[in-house]
Design a protein around this ligand. Structure first.
Ligand code: HEM
Length: 512
């Protein structure tokens, strides 16, 4: 069955078509049979192709490869095929760049999936005696926090309840867009500082979900501490890659990256702790006055579970961190692509108007009825997956992936950027074509574009992120025509752990 399926897939690739119903049927049969086809003689890691340690190090440090890691996925796929090995600093990692093989890895990940056991994030927490949050925790500790947070972050009804809070943040954003209009350009806001702008706005969004209070950021002057928190996130992401790629002995010679990395985390933990303590203190004072306390925010829910404060601090820090750049990047790329595709922008606006029937502010139930809106965001995340490469470590067993036997504890890099730009799965892969998501019958492999991950360890903020982006796009498009700045140039993605725009996305917001 497996070799027949491979042959059929190969034939479809050659003919330029994506998965057919027949292939899907065969895949389902294969899944039923366990999906993984142990090869006749499994190859070992020694037999796997890949660049030498020196040439990969040269790619990373000599050819600006750290900010081009997503492009290195495409190069690796071209040079070595769907699986190759490379040494990222001291870490040997196996790259997997074919949806079917990514599926094989994820289907063998076990009860408590692990992303990476070598993370510098964990080293920092151990050094400072901080707890782990959901991003970094493993095993039973991860499972118990995951179950608690899922109730409030993944259940559709729980997430819908945030639409009022998120909408008021969007309303503030739009008011800010208007007041920042350049006076000499009547009715036009030339937004030359969009990345910073969306960061601040989205920070406000996630802080409302966590604290039920918007930490002032779009006021005329941004509090220094907020500015510094956002800056710390950016610098920490840059230093993450650098510190992981540097072998241990280099840390002794060049201590600056590691020290900067720690300073950023120190500030982020300090910032989150300050807000948590203040918020819980307010609740305690209310209780002391005999007032009823009924918080509808995540920090409150966590504090009611009896979770140790150390874990609350680390979880809230990690959620604040995860909720800013991810949504900001997705919203920025969405507006960028819509500004360059006015026809799609017009269709999307028409869809929003049709659903809202004269109302100006959408709710969660409204955006759920907007198929083009969902297709636009899916297409944006296919072209610009915020996490261009994810990772897994299977600790309890050796696993078969494709023709190889991967020893337990090997770091496996899942090359999502490569699969989502593969013409075999997405014809004309570098073009923005949201319509491809509206005709699911022609569908691609289910693991070809998985921007939020798949399975038990997938993104817990997915529903909140999608809701926030939908609400923001719906309101922005009904009030403005979004155009590219005539003086702006094409923007490309770059890797900074996350995939982010390599320069400002300059846009014009023309009042409708
Ligand atoms: C467009 C926005 C976002 C994208 C594309 C995204 C993507 C991802 C991906 C790919 C993962 C790894 C999944 C895996 O390993 O299988 C992840 C994990 C995670 N995300 Fe997101 N994310 C987004 C927004 C958010 C937001 C808004 C939050 C918080 C409110 C958040 C919190 C988390 C957390 C805590 C994890 C770790 C989950 C776990 O290990 O159990 N994310 N995200």
């Amino acid at each position: 069955m497996c070799s027949a399926r491979r042959m059929l897939q190969q034939a479809l690739r050659v003919s330029g078509r994506t998965a057919s119903p027949v292939l899907k049927w065969m895949e389902r049969c294969a899944e039923g049979a366990g999906a993984v086809c142990p090869p006749r003689r499994a190859r070992t890691l020694e037999e796997m192709p890949g660049p030498s340690v020196l040439s990969f190090a040269w790619d990373l440090f000599g050819k600006r490869g750290l900010s081009r890691l997503h492009e290195l996925q495409l190069e690796g796929r071209r040079k070595y095929g769907p699986m190759w090995k490379a040494s990222f600093g001291p870490i040997l990692t196996v790259h997997v760049a074919e949806p079917e093989l990514i599926e094989q890895v994820l289907r063998q990940e076990g009860k408590h999936p692990m992303r990476s056991d070598l993370s510098s994030w964990k080293d920092y927490r151990n050094l400072r005696g901080h707890g782990y949050g959901l991003l970094t925790a493993e095993g039973d500790e991860w499972q118990s926090v995951r179950s608690l947070l899922s109730t409030h972050m993944l259940r559709p009804k729980a997430v819908e309840a945030y639409d009022g809070t998120l909408n008021s943040v969007v309303t503030d954003l739009i008011a800010k867009l208007r007041t920042s209009r350049f006076s000499h350009l009547n009715k036009v806001t030339n937004c030359h500082w969009f990345p910073r702008f969306t960061h601040l706005f989205l920070f406000k969004g996630i802080s409302s979900v966590l604290f039920e209070s918007r930490i002032g950021c779009l006021d005329s002057s941004v509090p220094m501490e907020t500015e510094r928190f956002i800056q710390s996130i950016n610098t920490m992401f840059i230093m993450t890659l650098l510190t992981m790629a540097m072998p241990g002995w280099l840390h002794q010679l060049f201590p600056k990256p590691w020290n900067t990395f720690c300073q950023c985390w120190d500030y982020m933990f300090h910032f989150a702790k300050g807000h948590i303590d203040q918020r819980l203190q307010e609740e305690a004072e209310k209780v002391a006055r005999g007032e009823e306390v009924e918080g509808r925010y995540l920090t409150y829910f966590l504090s009611k579970t009896g979770m140790p404060m150390k874990s609350i601090y680390s979880n809230v820090t990690e959620l604040l961190l995860a909720g800013v750049d991810t949504i900001s990047s997705t919203l920025s790329w969405s507006l960028y692509e819509l500004s360059r595709h006015p026809d799609i922008q017009t269709s999307l606006r028409a869809e929003v108007h049709a659903v809202l029937e004269g109302r100006s502010v959408p709710g969660a139930a409204d955006v759920a009825r907007m198929p083009l809106m969902k297709a636009v965001v899916k297409e944006v995340l296919r072209l610009y997956p915020v996490i261009p490469a994810n990772a897994r470590v299977i600790a309890d067993k050796d696993i078969h992936v494709g023709r190889y036997l991967i020893p337990r504890n090997t770091l496996i890099t899942l090359c999502h950027f490569a699969t989502s730009r593969d013409p075999g799965h997405f014809p004309d892969p570098n073009s923005f074509v949201p319509q491809r998501w509206l005709t699911r019958d022609q569908g691609n492999h289910a693991y070809a574009s998985v921007p939020f991950g798949v399975g038990k360890r997938s993104c817990i903020g997915r529903r909140i992120a999608e809701l926030e982006v939908y609400l923001a796009l719906a309101q922005i498009l009904t009030q403005f025509d979004v155009k590219p700045d005539p003086e702006g140039s094409a923007v490309r993605p770059m890797t900074r752990t996350l995939l982010v725009p390599d320069s400002n996305i300059n846009l014009q917001f023309v009042e409708r």
